[in-house]
Write a new protein. Structure first.
Length: 752
């Protein structure tokens, strides 16, 4: 309700007494050595409290920003990445890399003074394109690394795969680009640091999907124990994965608060967000699918070069080298699989998790391959998919990657999606489009994705004598409606009114847990909330037995009251809490689920193309999602809508581009970066398949936060290729712009 009535409290809304403001001096060069920095003019500017450089932070003992270890390079040595500090002390490695910071009384004064910082740069040759970066003799993004391949990962027996391809009746091949995207949450990043000299504790207010791990990272950078840092997360206006981890500014404001003796706040403007927020996707892929004479898939081979940007971000290599690989074979029974992945350094903004985090990239590859195979073999694309789907009777099914799908009715979901889309009526609609001078195409894409990440989560359910129940959860609401769903679950478990439940998240002094990543919140965190509610009932049962002078086994609980079975002697839940020390009692739970969830679905897209302009319009979009048991169907549908908007936006509109020579960001504003709008989409026709609930959690739910972004891109691209099939178009990379389509049509017309 607070969001609907304008009472949300975002980080920028938090009034901190005595707060000063920071502005970052950012490199205008993609790669440059910092020869000298002159801060004298900036220090003399009005309102300035302090000016600091990367060298100052290094001298003060700040540590590098951590990233997930465990990867190795092509030589078997640990993954290579330049050390990234809150401000770079020696070399700027991408346009937007922070080199100095100004703290002043107001944000305007800080920005004005930042323009007076003089940095003597020695520009160096940069590399921005991932294909160029892995070519022979390529410029090194970082000379100390000695290679642009920061990490690699290989799966599968090369000899067996080679033999399968040699014996195949047909091989479908694609070379494609998964375009770089800017996440663009509606709320830009903001962070506020404070330091209490009496206790030696830092308090950092940030937007974070993972408050606990953010606290640990900030503590590691500052060189203090985690207990000396408190992270507080307010409402978040969109995360999309890019707020999963900390950024340089998050630790920087904490250090500045101590150095300046007062709280310090930094807020990004939209241009800084384009430059300095992590980006998503950006992969170059070569893939092959081998088929036998009956159109059965026998082997899949995928080679990926993934752009990581200038530094390995927190889970950067995890996305292309592990997360996406798990669903590389999609919903199909493919016995042999070979994956060769490289995480590549370039002089661009770091790349990390973005909605779907590897799964959209993997599903895009397999679904494009299947469509190419269908066209080249002459097998109907629906029939080819049906021949190769993993049957429901094979569940639980271990795919060629080694992961096990616990349940899935892929054929039934496909059939429901075709019916909902009126697949059979397409030719009639195509004829209508043709009569209007338009081209019409349809595309189909099936998907499966894994959700969950870490399978352990904690929850505490407090019952208060004032008539309120408070759930403390380590997951994080960021616009996906968790507070609503959790309140439903707790209220249902306790048999009380929904509006009596309050949800507390994002304060590391009060909560424990991993946070909200990999669409894990509802089925992992929700399971913990339900179990915590049950434990609260058991704790209350023992307390009620004492009050009613009977044994706990004689106490029954229903609808907010503890009663001695078979009598009218009872006590209310909240009355019981009021009798306890502190006027409350609590239950708690830690759940460790046995497996992730595997949501799946099928989308059908129909596009209409104007050959005179090349404009592509999504005319119809429908699909069926299997998200298991839906706790709140409205929230599920809203999450799918958001994912579809981002997936369709990637397919037709969005692309982050750099100048190949200078490394300058060419798409640094909304004038250059084509964000989708509401009128770019038709009404979505969505169905839900609920006959295959997840078996790995007590709710039967499957993650839904990312599924729309996973399945939408290949459905759209397949539809565009279908519409252009009469022009012998086999593949177009995303985003498929009107100009690209227009040029193809014009060339074909001239050739005819």
């Amino acid at each position: 309700m607070r969001f609907l009535t304008g009472r949300g409290a975002y980080t920028d809304d938090i009034a901190v007494p005595g707060v000063a403001h920071a502005a970052i001096v950012r490199s205008p060069h993609a790669k440059a050595r910092i020869a000298a920095i002159d801060i004298s003019a900036a220090k003399a500017a009005g309102g300035v409290i302090g000016v600091f450089t990367g060298a100052d932070l290094l001298a003060a003992g700040l540590h590098p920003i951590p990233y997930v270890p465990g990867f190795v390079g092509e030589d078997g040595q640990p993954a290579r990445s330049p050390r990234r500090y809150p401000l770079t002390p020696d070399v700027a490695r991408f346009v937007g890399d922070g080199v100095a910071v100004v703290v002043a009384e107001t944000a305007e004064q800080a920005r004005d003074a930042a323009e007076r910082v003089f940095v003597d740069y020695e520009p160096l040759q940069a590399v921005t394109d991932v294909r160029t970066a892995v070519s022979a003799g390529a410029t090194l993004a970082d000379e100390a690394a000695g290679t642009n391949v920061a990490a690699c990962h290989v799966i599968g027996d090369d000899d067996r795969i080679a033999d399968a391809f040699a014996r195949a009746a047909h091989v479908a091949r694609v070379e494609l680009v998964n375009n770089r995207l800017v996440p663009n949450p509606i709320e830009p990043r903001v962070c506020i640091g404070a330091f209490d000299a009496d206790t030696g504790r830092f308090t950092v207010r940030i937007q974070s999907q993972t408050a606990q791990s953010s606290r640990n990272s900030i503590a590691a950078i500052l060189g203090v124990a985690p207990e000396q840092v408190r992270v507080v997360v307010s409402d978040i206006g969109g995360g999309f994965g890019m707020k999963t981890f900390i950024y340089p500014e998050d630790a920087l404001v904490a250090w500045l608060a101590k150095a300046c003796g007062r709280p310090v706040k930094w807020r990004a403007d939209r241009s800084e967000s384009f430059l300095a927020d992590t980006h998503g996707r950006d992969q170059w892929v070569e893939a092959e699918l081998a088929l036998d004479g009956e159109g059965r898939f026998v082997a899949l081979r995928v080679r990926v070069a993934a752009n990581m940007g200038a530094y390995l971000a927190f889970i950067g290599p995890v996305v292309p080298l592990r997360a996406g690989v798990r669903v590389s074979t999609g919903v199909y029974d493919i016995p042999l699989f070979r994956f060769e992945g490289r995480a590549v350094l370039t002089n661009t903004t770091p790349v990390c998790a973005y909605r779907g985090a590897g799964r959209p990239e993997a599903i895009y590859v397999i679904e494009r391959l299947v469509d190419v195979a269908a066209r080249e073999t002459g097998i109907d694309p629906v029939e080819l998919r049906q021949r190769n789907l993993v049957p429901a009777t094979a569940m639980p099914y271990k795919n060629a990657v080694g992961d096990t799908y616990d349940v899935g009715h892929f054929a039934a979901v496909l059939a429901d999606a075709l019916a909902l889309a009126d697949w059979a009526g397409f030719e009639t609609r195509k004829a209508v489009s043709r009569a209007a001078g338009k081209l019409r195409g349809r595309g189909l894409a099936c998907y499966v994705e894994w959700t969950g990440g870490e399978m352990t989560e904690r929850a505490v359910v407090e019952v208060h004598g004032n008539g309120r129940v408070v759930l403390l959860s380590g997951t994080q609401n960021m616009g996906q409606g968790l507070e609503t769903s959790y309140a439903q679950l707790v209220a249902d478990a306790l048999g009380i009114d929904y509006d009596r439940v309050d949800v507390v998240q994002g304060d590391t002094d009060r909560i424990l847990g991993l946070g909200s990543v990999a669409s894990r919140s509802l089925f992992v965190g929700g399971s913990a909330a339900v179990n915590g509610s049950k434990d609260a009932i058991e704790k209350g049962r023992a307390l009620a037995a004492d009050e009613l002078e009977t044994a706990p086994r004689d106490i029954e609980y229903e609808a907010g009251r503890f009663r001695i079975a078979g009598t009218d002697r009872a006590i209310g839940l909240f009355d019981l809490a009021a009798m306890q020390p502190g006027s409350r009692f609590a239950g708690e739970a830690k759940v460790s689920l046995s497996m992730p969830s595997w949501p799946n679905g099928c989308y059908v897209c129909e596009v209409e193309i104007d050959p005179e302009t090349g404009e592509t319009r999504v005319d119809r979009f429908s699909g069926v999602d299997d998200a298991g048991k839906r706790i709140n169907p409205t929230i599920v549908e809203g999450q799918v809508h958001g994912g579809l908007a981002q997936g369709i936006g990637q397919a037709l509109l969005e692309a982050c581009r750099y100048d190949g020579e200078t490394g300058q960001l060419l798409t640094g504003t909304f004038q250059d970066y084509a964000m989708p709008r509401a009128d770019d989409f038709p009404p979505f026709a969505l169905g839900a398949y609920e006959k295959a609930p997840a078996t790995g959690n007590p709710l039967g739910a499957k993650g839904v936060g990312e599924i729309g972004a996973v399945g939408a891109p290949p459905a759209v691209v397949n539809a565009v290729i279908d519409a252009l099939s009469e022009w012998d178009v086999r593949h177009l990379d995303m985003p498929i712009r009107a100009e690209d389509v227009w040029r193809i049509v014009q060339r074909r017309k001239r050739a005819a």
